[in-house]
Design a protein around this ligand. Structure first.
Ligand code: AMP
Ligand code: GLY
Length: 427
C-alpha cells in the first residue's frame, strides 16, 4: 500500500515513521512534511488545508490511502472529500470531527449524554458573557472560543479584569477569527491531567497507552500555554481501575452516542481528561492524534500500524489485537526561544546528524526545513527528542541525553518533563 500523510509536524513524523516500518506499506508520501520527514517520505509542497490540492496530489500519486492527521483539514471535511473521489482515507468525517471543531457542540453533547465534564454556559454576546462572569464572581474561570484556535483558544482568568479582557479579545477583537463568534464559560477544575488517545471505528474503542502532556512553556507549569512541551507514556496516574471507569462513563458513551446522532467517529479520538476529586472528567475532545502525544505513544506501538488503520476504516476493530511495548517513553520538545510568542526562524541546528543520534533515541522533527544544505528551525516547536526505556526514569534520562547532544541558538526546553509522574512511580 502507498500512503499519503497530510500534515508537517512532529506528529506526522511519528505517523510516517510507524507506517514506514510496516511490511505492507510501500511508498509513504507526506504533504507538506518537513526536513525530518523528508528522510523517510517524499514530501510535496501542498498545504494541509488545501483541499483541492491534496485531492489532486492523492490522485497523481495513485495512493491507496490518505492519512489526514491535523485538526483543520479534518474539521473542514477532507476525509469526506477524499471518499467522494473514491479515495480511501483515515480520519473522522466532518460530521464527527465537530467533536473538536466546536466546543459548544461537545459541551452540549456531553451534557445531553451525562458524560462528566465541567459545568458551563454558552454565550453569543460579549456583554452577556461579561455580566455572567461578574455575577458568578468565582475565579479562576475558564473561557473557551467555540472553534479551532491553534490550541490557544482557552483562557484561564484569575480575576474579573482578566476575564473581561479575554472575552473581549475573543468576541470583539476576534483574535481567533470566526472561532470566537460563540464562547463557552466553564467551571475551573483541578487534578492531574491525562491524555487518552484511542482508536475507534464508531463501535469499538481501543485506548492506546495513556500519556501526560506538559502544556505550559516553563518548568513548574509556569508560563504560557503551548501546543505541548513534552510527554510521557504511560501516565502513572491513570490506573487500570480508572481506565475501566473511563471506558464505562466516558469512552463508550461518547462513541455510541456520536454514532446514534449520525456522527459515527472513525479514526483517532483523543480524550483530554482531568482526574478530579469527583472522578474523571472530560476537559476536551480532539478528533486526531495529539502532538506531541503521538510521538511518545506511537513510539511504543508494537502492532503493525497499517493493520489498525485498515480495521478502523473497515469497521472491524473488535477483531484485531493491538499490542504495546513494555516500559515507558518520554518526548522532550526543543522549541525556539520565545515560543509560543515571537521567535526566530531559519536558525541552524547542529548535532542532529542521522535520525537517532544516540542508541534508543529518536528525534522527531516538528518545525524544521532545509536551507543551503543545512537543517534549520522553521517553527515554534522544533524537535521532539523521544526515547524509550524499561522504566520512566530510564526513558527520561535517555531523552535528555538526546537533547544535550543537539544545539541551536536560543533553544528552549523544559527540564522537568515527567517529574511529577516520577513521584507516583517511586511511591
Ligand atoms: P485545551 O486547549 O482545551 O486542551 O485546554 C488547554 C488547557 O487548559 C488544558 O490542558 C487544561 O490544562 C486547561 N483547562 C481547560 N479547561 C479547563 C477547566 N475547565 N478547568 C481547568 N483547566 C482547564
Ligand atoms: N498536545 C495537545 C494536543 O495535541 O492538542
Amino acid at each position: 500500500m502507498d500512503i499519503l500523510v497530510v500534515g508537517g509536524g512532529g506528529r506526522e513524523h511519528a505517523v510516517v515513521r510507524k507506517l514506514s516500518m510496516s511490511q505492507r506499506v510501500g511508498k509513504v508520501y507526506c504533504a507538506p512534511g518537513n526536513a525530518g520527514i523528508a528522510a523517510l517520505a517524499e514530501c510535496f509542497d501542498v498545504a494541509a488545508t488545501d483541499m483541492e490540492g491534496m485531492v489532486a496530489l492523492a490522485k497523481k500519486l495513485e495512493v491507496d490511502c490518505v492519512f489526514v492527521a491535523p485538526d483543520d483539514p479534518l474539521v473542514m471535511g477532507m476525509v469526506d472529500r477524499m471518499n467522494a473521489e473514491g479515495i480511501r482515507a483515515f480520519g473522522p468525517s466532518k460530521a464527527a470531527a465537530i467533536i473538536e471543531g466546536s466546543k459548544v457542540f461537545s459541551k452540549e453533547f456531553m451534557k445531553k449524554h451525562s458524560i462528566p465534564s465541567a459545568k458551563y454556559e454558552v454565550f453569543d454576546s460579549s456583554a452577556k458573557a461579561v455580566e455572567y462572569v461578574k455575577l458568578q464572581n468565582s475565579y479562576p474561570v475558564v473561557i473557551k472560543a467555540d472553534g479551532l484556535a491553534l490550541g490557544k483558544g482557552v483562557i484561564i482568568a484569575e480575576s474579573f479584569e482578566d476575564a473581561e479582557k479575554g472575552i473581549l479579545s475573543i468576541m470583539e477583537d476576534k483574535v481567533f477569527g470566526e472561532s470566537g463568534n460563540n464562547i463557552v464559560i466553564e467551571e475551573f477544575l483541578t487534578g492531574p491531567e491525562v491524555s487518552v488517545l484511542s482508536f475507534t471505528d464508531g463501535k469499538t474503542v481501543r485506548p492506546m497507552l495513556s500519556s501526560m502532556d506538559h502544556k505550559r512553556a516553563l518548568d513548574g507549569n509556569r508560563g504560557l500555554n503551548t501546543g505541548g512541551m513534552g510527554v510521557i507514556a504511560p501516565n502513572p496516574y491513570f490506573t487500570e481501575e480508572l481506565a475501566d471507569r473511563c471506558m464505562e462513563e466516558i469512552f463508550l458513551p461518547t462513541v455510541k452516542n456520536m454514532a446514534k446522532e449520525g456522527r459515527k467517529f472513525k479514526g483517532c479520538l483523543y480524550f483530554g481528561l482531568m482526574l478530579t476529586e469527583n472522578g474523571p472528567k472530560v476537559i476536551e475532545y480532539n478528533c486526531r492524534f495529539g502532538d506531541p502525544e503521538a510521538q511518545a505513544v506511537l513510539h511504543m506501538l508494537d502492532s503493525d500500524f497499517i493493520d489498525i488503520i485498515d480495521a478502523v476504516i473497515d469497521e472491524r476493530l473488535s477483531d484485531i489485537d493491538i499490542s504495546w511495548r513494555e516500559g515507558a517513553s518520554a518526548c522532550v520538545i526543543m522549541a525556539s526561544g520565545g515560543y509560543p510568542e515571537k521567535y526566530a526562524k531559519g536558525v541552524e541546528i547542529s548535532g542532529l546528524d542521522e535520525d537517532g543520534q544516540l542508541e534508543g533515541v529518536t528525534v522527531y522533527h516538528a518545525g524544521t526545513a532545509f536551507k543551503d544544505g543545512k537543517t534549520v528551525t522553521n517553527g515554534g516547536r522544533v524537535l521532539g527528542v523521544t526515547a524509550e526505556g524499561a522504566t520512566l526514569s530510564e526513558a527520561l534520562k535517555k531523552a535528555y541525553e538526546g537533547v544535550s547532544a543537539i544545539e541551536f541558538d536560543k533553544a528552549h526546553y523544559r527540564t522537568d518533563i515527567g517529574r511529577s509522574a516520577m513521584d507516583i512511580v517511586d511511591r
